[in-house]
Design a protein around this ligand. Structure first.
Ligand code: MF3
Ligand code: CO
Ligand code: CO
Length: 242
């Protein structure tokens, strides 16, 4: 899981400089696919997963998650989530980050920063003895205090030899509720935060999730391991103090 996590972070570190005005999301998909397959000798988990047609997810502006790469050209001021899942030696690493395309906007920075800080509020609760509800509660409380909203329909998940397994890791909830955290568990935390209302809609392609009110949405995701005295973030990037 450590190796799979590191490779996942390496893909995000690699693709960052390619996220520029004028690039298509298909090009980002191709670059990541070729890096994972030819350089990392690993497998891009999304490709053909339950019929998903591409190797990565790219979710732009009001797209909440599971955006399908295509001929859309990124433009100055866009925000885009790149979600990478790598399988190495049978184990999965899963992480996503937000990128600003060209110059950032005030609204873009607000939703991007709030979702990243929300993720880290959740990570701070990840230790043995705490419960999953402590993680969700910390995220929800922080995000809502900023006046933004947390998407309820999608959640983090257990991960290992299987891409998505129990438990469901909700990004909202009540403290001291839910399953107790135990050393050795690996799961993701991946809050989706909307600048407007929390409600979402699934597009006709069966994958793309958008905000109902078309407000901007952002998401950050890490895969973590519960240790004896806290947790280890398995998908830290090079500039996140590995
Ligand atoms: N990587 C996403 C997650 O965080 C799942 C993408 S499933 C796909 O769980 F099929 F859309 F790739
Ligand atoms: Co995930
Ligand atoms: Co993911």
């Amino acid at each position: 899981m450590r190796l799979a996590g590191r490779l996942t972070a390496d893909v995000l570190d690699m693709i960052g400089p390619h996220v520029q005005p004028g690039v298509s999301t298909d090009e980002l998909d191709r670059i990541c696919h070729d890096f994972i397959v030819n350089v990392q000798h690993a497998v891009p988990a999304p490709l053909n997963y339950r019929g998903f047609p591409k190797s990565i997810c790219t979710s732009v502006n009001h797209v909440v998650c599971h955006g399908i790469p295509g001929d859309r050209i990124l433009k100055n001021g866009d925000i885009v989530n790149v979600d990478i899942t790598v399988i190495k030696d049978g184990f999965h690493g899963d992480s996503s980050r937000m990128f600003f395309v060209g110059k950032s906007t005030v609204q873009g920075e607000r939703v991007v920063n709030t979702s990243r800080e929300g993720l880290w509020k959740g990570i701070a609760q990840a230790r043995p003895g705490n419960r999953l509800g402590d993680i969700g509660h910390a995220i929800q409380t922080f995000v809502e205090a900023q006046g933004l909203s947390v998407v309820r329909e999608y959640c983090g998940h257990g991960i290992g030899r299987v891409f998505h397994e129990d438990p469901q890791v909700l990004h909202y909830g009540e403290p001291h509720t839910g399953p107790e955290l135990r050393p050795g568990q690996t799961f993701t935390i991946e809050p989706m935060v909307n600048i407007g209302k929390r409600h979402v809609r699934l597009l006709a392609d069966g994958w793309t999730v958008v905000t109902r009110d078309h407000s901007l949405s952002a998401q950050w995701e890490h895969t973590i391991l519960i240790t004896d005295n806290g947790c280890e973030v398995l998908t830290l990037g090079a500039d996140e103090q590995r």
